[in-house]
Design a protein around this ligand. Structure first.
Ligand code: NAP
Length: 197
């Protein structure tokens, strides 16, 4: 499976808030349309309640939420298109039963969702291109596990100072990158990197 992390941040790496401009959002919608699935952590759903759609740019990818305790609200907007909720074995059975009415539920990992096992399962179901949109905790785990192939960061001309960061937990080792492309949609700079493994 090919995994791309995409995220927009302030110059000081805060990701909480909107850091893409109109042109960059178009790039994000197109990237979603080229992906088989788009993944976010549960905090992103609880904070932003996003739809993660392509805005009619193309085919809708499957939406995947990493949610160990199955806390996702039944009326989350993500359920407007097909979704998979990945939960752990410790998630309450009643919550799983409720969410199964809305989406496919994958149970994977004891306390936390086991991302390596999940990625393996997803690729067996034909998901070959995965876009990870955040937040910072999920991005950190994906990087730490060496699962991602590509990183795209859009950097807005702002120093925000407070909020969730692009990297929310200490990584075991530095991640080495190779710069592949630089775009400048108006006042945002978009850097595309290959992740060296
Ligand atoms: N600017 C951007 O491009 C962008 C994109 C997306 C989100 N965001 C922002 O990011 C913020 C949320 O980020 P966040 O760091 O608080 O949370 P997050 O990454 O959205 O979600 C993290 C949660 O996922 C669950 N999880 C389960 N298994 C996991 C695993 N193996 N590894 C990592 N997480 C796992 C954990 O909750 P459980 O233990 O309950 O499962 C964890 O607390 C929001 O403010 C949102 O606006 C920004």
């Amino acid at each position: 499976m090919h995994i791309t992390i995409n995220c927009a941040k302030s110059l000081d790496s805060i990701i909480e808030g909107n850091y893409s401009n109109k042109k960059d959002w178009k790039r994000v919608y197109e990237l979603r349309a080229k992906s088989d699935a788009v993944m976010v952590g549960i905090n992103t759903i609880l904070k932003d309640n996003p739809r993660l759609t392509t805005h009619d740019t193309g085919k809708e990818p499957i939406k995947i939420v990493i949610d160990s305790r199955c806390r996702i609200p039944k009326d989350a907007r993500i359920f407007e298109t097909p979704a998979i909720i990945a939960v752990s074995e410790n998630a309450p059975k009643e919550s799983i039963a409720e969410i199964q009415k809305k989406a496919k539920v994958i149970v994977c990992g004891r306390d936390k969702v086991d991302l390596c096992a999940l990625i393996k399962q997803l690729s067996e179901t034909g998901i070959n291109k995965l876009m990870v949109e955040g937040g910072g905790t999920l991005i950190s785990s994906i990087l730490d596990l060496n699962l991602a192939d590509e990183l795209i960061v859009a950097i807005a001309p702002q120093i925000t100072s407070k909020g969730i960061r692009f990297i929310e937990k200490e990584l075991d080792a530095p991640i080495n990158l190779k710069l592949k492309d630089v775009q400048k949609p108006d006042d945002v700079v978009v850097l595309k990197y290959e992740i060296l493994k």
